[in-house]
Design a binder for this molecule. Structure first.
Ligand code: ZN
Length: 199
């Protein structure tokens, strides 16, 4: 309560994200009222609301009926899905690409829906491991396939700009469900499909 009151005094703009950012700017030693920074708290709030919009997105709304009954039981792979997320430990960006595959049973999902599912989970505060797992589970929930595989390669700004300051390294995570987990041949097929031409 006391903190909220203090921020109200500091910022005439209200109690939203922007008001807190104005205070943070002042705490860094900056003058939040100078020309270049004056509207930064609002801009930052707007950006932050977009970057965390995944919390307001529901899987049902994304899929929205785009499930199609088919007789197709070969692997479906969507490769090189670019994504941008924020690491929950430092609130700094991490970005990279994801490869998503599944083995359908009776239905497939509209192909554009898979990148939308990636965005839904990427636009939250994340760790790469959980992001990878959540995408796999969501695809599994939608199409009830024989299996789902997700591979994620990303660069983390918290490793590049601070900490160990390593620019060239990427972190690779994967999540294998169903057949991809149980069957080495299926898993290898996926890995060869996503590694070929991924660079
Ligand atoms: Zn981090």
């Amino acid at each position: 309560m006391r903190q909220t009151t203090a921020i109200k005094v500091l910022s005439p703009r209200g109690e939203g994200i922007a008001a807190h950012m104005e205070e943070i700017l002042a705490l860094t030693g900056e003058d939040p009222q100078r020309e270049g920074l004056k509207r930064t708290p609002e801009r930052w709030e707007k950006a932050m609301r977009f970057l965390t919009s995944g919390y307001q997105t529901r899987l049902e709304d994304i899929v929205n009926g785009a499930l199609f009954a088919v007789k197709f039981d070969e692997m479906v792979v969507v490769r090189d899905i670019e994504f941008y997320s924020m690491c929950e430990h430092h609130l700094l960006p991490f970005h990279g690409r994801m490869h998503v595959a599944y083995l359908p049973t009776t239905k497939v999902i509209g192909l554009s829906k898979i990148p939308r599912i990636v965005n839904m989970f990427a636009r939250r505060f994340q760790v790469q491991e959980r992001l990878t797992q959540e995408v796999a589970e969501a695809v599994s929930e939608c199409v009830t396939p024989r299996g789902v595989a997700v591979m994620c390669e990303a660069s983390h700004f918290c490793m590049m700009m601070r900490g160990v300051e390593k620019q060239g390294s990427t972190t690779v995570t994967s999540a294998m469900l169903g057949t991809f987990r149980e069957n080495k041949a299926t898993r290898d097929e996926f890995l060869s499909m996503v590694s070929r031409g991924a660079r």
